[in-house]
Design a protein around this ligand. Structure first.
Ligand SMILES: Cc1ncc(COP(=O)(O)O)c(C=O)c1O
Length: 382
């Protein structure tokens, strides 16, 4: 099975500083919202939301985490190489487009997989027919997310089929909220009610498998949905799914992205800067070049809009963000130096370059600001 291409190169000058203690504190604070027995599933898909999957798993494997959730089989293989203690949960439902070998490896390694259709059940049964290992499956119940869950009416049949199949082990029953991050929680409450009805109809509580539902937003705002395990991604990295007034726990962003100034020069008044002449200097302007751009995850729509921080000062991005360079106006910053460190993404919710601020500028959510940061950015663990 081919799981890796050649080694990804690293850009040592682009530094994503990962603060381990803040990560561990966020986990501890999220757990403090739940009963002690509640398990914690750390969602580390998408390169641990841009923080670096190897680095994050290495920190978390020591402390307080029961399970890692990833999107794909290949991420699961990667996590398994780093941590042997925690279970690994693959969120993409098992599907016949996967190879038989993948399913066999999942069973051998004890990965937890999602089951959401009869076709997938038949596929697993076939893939494991000559083997002795059973696959851990979690039944994903559709309660309103409208993605890959199985309708509650069909789930009964799947539960019976799982019980009849020696190569399938029911390890969990779960659902996923579509709107727990919104201020209006009425739809999330309806989803919760549908899930509760399903659990009660089939008498599924306390049967030795995990019942779970809560993502970060539900963990923070809907304590009645904690069940046996919470599945937290964004909150673990220090963010509320969207900015939140008076949160019950103070989360701290875990990552700060910095880069050096590689060039400084004075541009005379009246000269355009960067591609497309979208910015013309109104006065003699000292500009500094920072060596990252949209190919590194710093979005082109930040052109003429975003800010970076240098020491205690802010510097506006002028002109278009290029593929791998950004131009800052540093005229007002005293003693600007070549090689000086610039903060591109700050680990402070109120900063001009917080993940929220960057998300607002790109008309997106902080999840995307974080996951856009390229894997070749050097992750430095503190
Ligand atoms: C099934 C499932 N559970 C939990 C999460 C974690 O969500 P969040 O980052 O909002 O905590 C995700 C993320 O997309 C998910 O797909």
């Amino acid at each position: 099975m081919r799981a890796y291409r050649t080694q990804q190169f690293i850009r040592p000058d682009l530094q994503a500083h990962i603060f381990s203690q803040d990560l561990l504190d966020n986990v501890r604070k999220l757990k403090s919202l739940c009963p002690v027995k509640t398990k914690f599933c750390a969602v580390v898909k998408a390169n641990a939301y841009g923080h670096g999957i190897s680095e994050i798993v290495n920190i978390l494997k020591r402390d307080g985490v029961d399970m890692f959730a990833v999107a794909t089989f290949y991420e699961a293989l990667h996590v398994a190489m780093i941590s042997q203690q925690q279970s690994i949960f693959i969120l993409e439902p098992v599907n016949p487009a996967q190879s038989v070998e993948e399913i066999q490896v999942c069973a051998q390694k004890g990965f937890h997989c999602v089951l959401a259709s009869t076709d997938s059940l038949k596929f697993i049964r076939e893939a494991l027919k000559n083997t002795s290992s059973a696959l851990n499956v979690h039944l994903n119940i559709e309660t309103g997310m409208g993605r890959s869950g199985v309708e509650p009416e069909s789930a009964r049949q799947l539960l019976e089929q799982i019980a009849d199949c020696p190569t399938l082990k029911l390890a969990g029953v779960y659902t996923h909220f579509a709107t727990a991050d919104e201020e209006d929680l009425s739809y999330a409450h309806q989803q919760h009610e549908r899930f509760e009805t399903f659990l009660n109809q089939h008498n599924l509580s306390d049967k030795g498998f995990l019942i779970h539902a809560a993502n970060s937003a539900a963990t923070i705002k809907m304590p009645q949905t904690h069940y046996d395990m919470i599945r937290c991604g964004i909150s673990m990295y220090g963010y509320y799914s969207r900015r939140m007034k008076n949160p019950p726990v103070q989360l701290t962003p875990v990552m700060k992205l910095t880069a050096p100034i590689t060039h400084i020069k004075t541009v005379p008044a009246g000269q355009s800067v960067s591609y497309g002449q979208s910015f013309t200097t109104q006065r003699d302007t000292i500009v500094a070049i920072v060596p990252l751009g949209y190919a590194d995850g710093y979005r082109r729509c930040f052109s003429n809009t975003a800010m970076m921080k240098i020491g205690g000062h802010t510097a506006p991005v002028i002109g278009r963000v290029c593929m791998d360079q950004v131009i800052l106006d540093v005229t007002k910053i005293p003693d600007i130096q070549l090689g000086q460190t610039v903060t591109v993404l700050d680990n402070d919710h109120n900063s001009v370059c917080s993940a929220y601020a960057l998300a607002d500028m790109a008309n997106t959510i902080c999840y995307e600001s974080l996951t856009s940061i390229h894997a070749h950015v050097n992750r430095i663990v503190h």
